[in-house]
Design a binder for this molecule. Structure first.
Ligand SMILES: [Zn+2]
Length: 296
């Protein structure tokens, strides 16, 4: 039975540091259920869940890309936001990233699983393969912090992806025999256009592996909120082509759609297999990202 709830939280102004608001609100509201898994995924994912609850949320950064779908998978509570909107209405540069991460954190999400479509920058990383990113290089020009005021905050992003949840995903992918690259550096570009051959060659010449338009700033906004962030990249194309192989054409939207849809079932299976194996209690350091990150 589908139940629909609609509410928004009243946020009291904290004049000392407005950026602390969500932490104190969460600490008060969510102590009983501060362990949810948040997934950026569309209807293909949450239609498998029982007793889905739809939450319409407002945040200080506007509404998230879509209503939040809450449900259960076994003993785990999971929440879904459709990153590009319920009707794919947000291009990558217009996604309300801050609202999405804020909304997840506010309902009690501590682990974010973020599937993305990516282009390959290496011949051996083929369309249909999966890459579990462990580093990013950012070329996107977007708002990427919750901390514009005091206390001045510098989170570490030396290892921006959660090691604990990455391990769970890698183990599940191996068990499913998926074509897998256990690590990879993703280049994030602003979009919405695809890159030029010259840009693509520049990225390749640096040894970077895959290219995408959405992992940044999601990954660092999650870290600022002390959430674990784990990416699952599904390769859909060869970006601007493969050097010295003119038979491989440059990417277009049709390629991305076809290859993504072709592999959606595998991606869904992988995520659903991971969920029961994600520990409720975190053994990683993601939950204390703000310790030693602040002046004063
Ligand atoms: Zn973690």
């Amino acid at each position: 039975m589908l139940s629909i709830k609609s509410f928004s939280l009243k946020i009291t102004q904290d004049k000392r540091a407005k950026n602390n608001i969500f932490f104190s609100i969460n600490g008060f509201l969510l102590k009983e259920r501060d362990y949810m898994i948040g997934i950026f995924g569309g209807s293909g994912f949450y239609n498998l869940l029982d007793e889905v609850e739809i939450i319409e949320k407002e945040t200080p950064f506007g509404p998230p890309s879509s209503p939040i779908m809450l449900g259960r998978l076994g003993k785990k509570e999971v929440a879904f936001i459709a990153r590009h909107g319920a009707h794919h209405e947000f291009p990558p540069h217009m996604i309300p990233y801050k609202a999405n991460l804020y909304a997840f954190r506010e309902i009690g999400v501590t682990r974010v699983i973020a599937p993305t479509a990516v282009g390959s920058l290496k011949k051996k990383i083929e369309p249909g393969h999966f890459v579990i990113s462990d580093q990013f290089v950012n070329f996107a020009n977007r708002e990427d912090t919750f901390f514009d005021e005091v206390p001045v905050t510098h989170i570490s992003s030396a290892d921006p992806y959660c090691p604990e949840t990455r391990d769970v995903v890698i183990k599940a992918a191996k068990k499913l025999n998926l074509p897998l690259h256990e690590s990879g550096t993703v280049v994030v570009v602003n979009g919405p256009r695809f890159v030029t051959r010259a840009e693509s060659n520049f990225y390749k010449s640096n040894g970077w592996d895959i290219i995408n338009m959405t992992q940044y700033p999601e990954v660092v906004l999650a870290r600022e909120m002390e959430m674990c962030y784990t990416n699952i990249s599904l390769v859909t194309d060869y970006d601007a082509g493969v050097k010295d192989d003119s038979s491989v054409k440059a990417v277009d939207v049709k390629d991305v759609m076809i290859n993504f849809q072709k592999n959606t079932e595998k991606l869904k299976r992988l995520i659903l297999d991971c969920i029961p194996n994600i520990p409720d209690n975190r053994g990683c350091a993601c939950g204390s990202s703000l310790e030693n990150a602040r002046f004063g």
